[in-house]
Design a protein around this ligand. Structure first.
Ligand SMILES: NC(=O)c1ccc[n+]([C@@H]2O[C@H](COP(=O)([O-])OP(=O)(O)OC[C@H]3O[C@@H](n4cnc5c(N)ncnc54)[C@H](O)[C@@H]3O)[C@@H](O)[C@H]2O)c1
Length: 314
């Protein structure tokens, strides 16, 4: 199949593009290299796939008017391009989120309609739930995002569902729960924690460290995407979580063991927009997609530690 991956220079998009190429698909990657974090890391993400004969990359912004004239037509779209990050989404910066996450999605959906795309898989987020009414949270539970980022991801979900209904394109939405592993964004907790620990610098933790998260290893998140290529019910939302809900303090202990030395921790105030807990009920994804996360937190963290060491030469 010919597949477009938006945000293909990013953390998850590049890993997904790589797997799709391994599976024998033709992959069109596009990314605007948003400056939220250094371009160097995104170029590094692309290194492993750039020379693949079935991969073509376009440095393009979704909100560029001429997108449809530049990109080759495709059968399937994985839509991962977005301005990520909860903390930066307040204040004036929200216009970046509104443009890239909401407007960008609507422009892509119009294009998909004109291309007669068969399937779109949208990268949504656990942040659409906010502080959930119960844990583990189910897909039909109330949605009360507590950050402007979460609102932008929910708005894009609504657009995907709407265009799916009105165009007949089969649209699936995957709500990822904190994805980690090699290539993770530098603003995300594990990446920051490991880098600081290896540099013998204090690890900054927002809050008391007792907050919990359902962490998902990158290759398991990618597998869910590949399963969603053919399986799954059109118009449906799926929770994608690794299934091991642990506290940040537990993760810090594990990092200490993996790197084999003492770490310094500096607890700071909680940041507005961070939820206290996340935990995914993945029954629907298991039943419909065959989702079956394989990587334990310890193994996944070990792999991210190796990657951080190599990337920063630490
Ligand atoms: N990483 C996670 O834990 C997580 C959790 C939930 C949801 N998500 C979602 O998954 C997707 C990928 O996240 P990630 O962590 O890989 O982020 P990332 O920032 O590494 O990747 C996103 C990429 O999209 C590109 N992009 C943004 N706006 C664009 C536009 N208008 N046109 C073209 N390219 C654009 C950016 O340059 C970036 O390279 C995002 O949609 C994010 O909201 C991620």
């Amino acid at each position: 199949m010919k597949i477009l991956v938006t945000g293909s220079a990013g953390f998850i998009g590049s890993a997904l593009a790589s797997r799709l190429l391994e599976l024998g698909h033709v992959v069109i990657g596009m990314d605007s290299f948003l400056d939220y974090y250094p371009r160097k890391q995104k170029e590094n993400n692309l290194k492993k796939i750039n020379n693949h004969s079935s991969f073509k990359f376009y440095e393009k912004n979704l909100i560029d008017a001429d997108l449809g004239e530049v990109l080759p037509k495709v059968d399937v779209i994985y839509h991962l391009a977005a301005q990520a990050g909860v903390r930066a989404s307040w204040g004036k910066e929200f216009s970046i989120y509104a443009d890239n996450n909401i407007l960008g999605t609507q422009i892509l959906l119009e294009l998909a309609q004109s291309w007669k795309v068969k399937r779109i898989v949208y990268a949504s987020s656990s942040s659409v739930y906010g502080n959930a009414v119960r844990y583990p949270v189910k897909e039909d539970d109330p949605l009360h995002p507590v950050s402007p980022y979460g609102v932008s991801k929910l708005a894009a979900e609504h657009l995907c569902a709407l265009y799916g209904q009105s165009t007949g394109i089969s649209v699936l939405m995957l709500r990822y729960f904190t994805v980690y592993g090699p290539g993770q964004r530098p603003d995300m907790a594990f990446h920051r924690f490991i880098r600081s620990a290896l540099r013998d610098e204090p690890i900054v933790v927002y809050g008391d460290g007792k907050q919990t998260r359902d962490f998902t290893f990158i290759e398991d998140a990618v597998s869910a995407n590949c399963q969603a290529l053919e399986k799954g019910k059109p118009g449906t939302v799926y929770n994608i979580g690794g299934g091991e809900r642990v506290s940040i303090n537990f993760v810090l202990d594990m990092i200490k063991k993996i790197i084999g030395r003492e770490i310094k921790i500096e607890y700071q105030d909680t940041v507005k927009g961070d939820v206290r807990h996340t935990s995914a009920d993945t029954t629907r994804a298991r039943n419909d997609l065959g989702f079956d996360p394989k990587t334990t937190l310890e193994d996944g963290l070990q792999k991210e530690v190796e990657w951080v060491k190599e990337f920063y030469r630490l």
